[in-house]
Design a protein around this ligand. Structure first.
Ligand code: C5P
Length: 301
């Protein structure tokens, strides 16, 4: 019996500009992703011929353990590609908030792709794994890629971004999740009278990243999904405001939410903001992380 363990990071969208709803049911995006040092783990263990895929999850309640879980689909996809039977037991250790706007499900799918490829000695290569990732979900390619990258199309077409140094973030998770399609749907309703012409990228974000300038990045952060997320979960407005009061350089909802992210000057500043948010009673858990970090990769064979 052999086992491979892979990890994949959480992500934040430093910039998320959403264009008009397309005929395919998706919105064209101009986004800037950054991977963060908060990881989900996937352990893939080969099982006897004919046993199929089994899935267990640790660290979160209510995550499906059947084929509706993206990790399951990822294992089935790799087996299909290699033309072998998908006999594998997957164990997912969740640390990224579930339905939190940090691409936790996509991280699990990316970690499963690399774990199963290594387990079955598929040697599919990064380029093919990226193509498979895009068929699983819009954020899965970035969870493989990691670092800092511009995402266009559905967010799946990536261009790496050069950044200087590391950025310190505080993450504050809510006690319930938000559904990504529901937040996009709410955005369309809010924009009914003034649909956007197109999505666009922020020069200020790119300049701040190149310079490693946290103060400038804090001012430049932007997320079109923040307003719809706040309208579906108004308490998030208080959480964002509490981060600003605590001295964060930038404060916003991450992706489709409801996790909120706060940019700090350095580690001590992040710890100070985290302590104040923990005491506010406005969030369930708080974590201090840095970005960027590597995408999904095998950590143990
Ligand atoms: O690609 P993914 O499965 O993560 O997308 C989930 C849902 O989020 C889609 O079905 C769609 O409703 C919405 N979405 C979107 N535009 C995108 C990405 C996702 O409308 N670029």
């Amino acid at each position: 019996m052999s086992t491979v363990t892979a990890q994949a990071p959480a992500k934040v969208n430093l910039w998320l500009s959403v264009g008009p709803l397309g005929a395919d049911g998706f919105h064209p995006l101009a986004t800037v992703f950054q991977s963060l040092t908060l990881y989900d783990l996937v352990r893939a263990t080969s099982t006897s011929l004919g046993s199929g895929i089994t899935l267990t999850v640790e660290g979160a309640d209510g995550v499906p353990v059947d084929r509706t879980n993206l990790a399951w689909s990822a294992a089935a996809l790799v087996a299909d590609e290699l033309r072998i039977a998908a006999d594998v037991s997957l164990h997912v250790v969740k640390r990224i908030p579930v339905a939190g706007g940090m691409a936790g499900g996509s991280a699990d799918a990316a970690a499963t792709l690399v774990a199963c490829d290594a387990l079955w000695k598929g040697q599919l290569g990064r380029a093919r794994l990226m193509e498979l990732a895009a068929t699983l979900g819009s954020d899965v390619p970035f969870m493989l890629h990691g670092g800092t990258a511009i995402g266009t199309g559905r967010g799946d077409r990536l261009t790496p971004v050069l950044t200087a140094g590391e950025f310190h973030w505080v993450l504050a998770a809510a006690d319930r999740g938000l559904s990504t399609p529901a937040v996009y749907g709410q955005l369309d309703r809010l924009r009914a009278d003034h649909p956007p012409v197109s999505e666009f990228l922020s020069d200020d974000v790119m300049t701040a990243l190149r310079a490693g300038d946290a103060l400038a990045l804090g001012r430049a952060l932007g997320n079109d999904l923040q307003e719809p997320a706040l309208s579906l979960m108004p308490s998030l407005g208080q959480l964002v405001a509490a981060g600003v009061d605590a001295g964060a350089l930038g404060a916003m909802v991450s992706g489709s939410g409801p996790t909120c992210v706060f940019l700090a000057r350095d580690r001590d500043h992040a710890l100070d903001i985290a302590a104040r948010l923990s005491g506010s009673g406005l969030c369930r858990t708080v974590a201090c992380v840095t970005g960027p970090t590597a995408g999904a990769h095998v950590i143990d064979v």
